[in-house]
Design a protein around this ligand. Structure first.
Ligand code: SF4
Length: 258
């Protein structure tokens, strides 16, 4: 792996935080795409919003932009529109994009803007010590849900398929190789690439054991070009959490039409 992607900054995530695994997967993905001649490091721009996920920019020696809370997407879309030759990545969190900046997610997908959206989905606002977000499970107890959440969590994959995203996937931070491969596929895709990354917060909502028992990768014969099959594949049958590339189709991008 290229050491040039690292920085002098000391990691300030909690020791063992799975954000580290997302960082490793992304560095590997970029390194492999650059070594294959598919990407150039100087042509990549990574952005982030506010939250634990956003620290990832401190550990990436590349062009970066730190946006306001929930606003990584419009900033990254603007950068892409101004220079379509760039490959742009928006890191965000469930608190940042499923709660604070949800409308940006929907409209990026609606435009099929050629951006990559990688969501660190730990199902809470972790940086502010554990408040509920839109993906917190029913029954979750936290600072703002002391007696347990009575809401069903939203399904971001279904939302993004319905909104028009042309690449929709979910992976697990602990599966670094699988996450790397999905990130590479996302970055090679033309159009809105959306990847929900299940990422336990080991300090405020440790879901590592849960994911070990409940991950179900999509079968190899899953037809990602079929929107109905993609939509139904997101369904959580038997309590399992389906993962993989659910949907991938070609459609004119916002920047091509611009
Ligand atoms: Fe990671 Fe949670 Fe610590 Fe944030 S609070 S750095 S998500 S373990």
């Amino acid at each position: 792996m290229s050491t040039e992607l690292g920085t002098y900054a000391k990691i300030s995530w909690c020791p063992g935080c799975p954000n580290n695994q997302i960082l490793v997967a992304f560095r590997k993905a970029v390194t492999e795409l650059c070594e294959a001649g598919t990407l150039k490091e100087e042509n990549i721009v990574a952005g982030a919003g506010i939250g634990c996920h956003a620290k990832i920019l401190d550990y990436l020696n590349m062009n970066t932009f730190n946006a306001l809370h929930g606003r990584a997407l419009p900033a990254i879309e603007g950068i892409k529109a101004a220079n379509p030759a760039l490959t742009v990545v928006a890191f965000s969190g469930d608190g940042d994009s499923y709660s604070e900046g949800l409308s940006h997610l929907v409209h990026a997908a609606q435009r099929n803007s050629d951006i990559n959206i990688f969501i660190h989905d730990n199902q809470i606002f972790a940086l502010t010590t554990g408040q509920a977000t839109a993906t917190s499970p029913k029954g979750f107890k936290g600072l703002t849900r002391p007696t347990g959440s009575i809401e069903e969590p939203m399904d971001p994959l279904r939302l993004m398929i319905t909104s028009g995203a042309t690449f929709v996937a979910r992976t697990y931070a602990g599966e670094i190789e699988k996450t790397k491969e999905i990130m590479k596929e996302a970055m090679l895709h033309k159009g809105t690439s959306f990847v929900d990354i299940a990422q336990p917060c080991i300090t405020f909502f440790d879901t590592r054991d849960f994911y070990k028992e409940h991950i179900a990768w999509l079968p190899e014969d899953h037809d990602a070009t079929n929107v109905d099959m993609a939509y139904s594949a997101t369904k959580r049958g038997d309590g399992k959490i389906p993962m993989g590339i659910f949907y991938r189709v070609t459609s004119p991008t916002f920047e091509e039409q611009l």
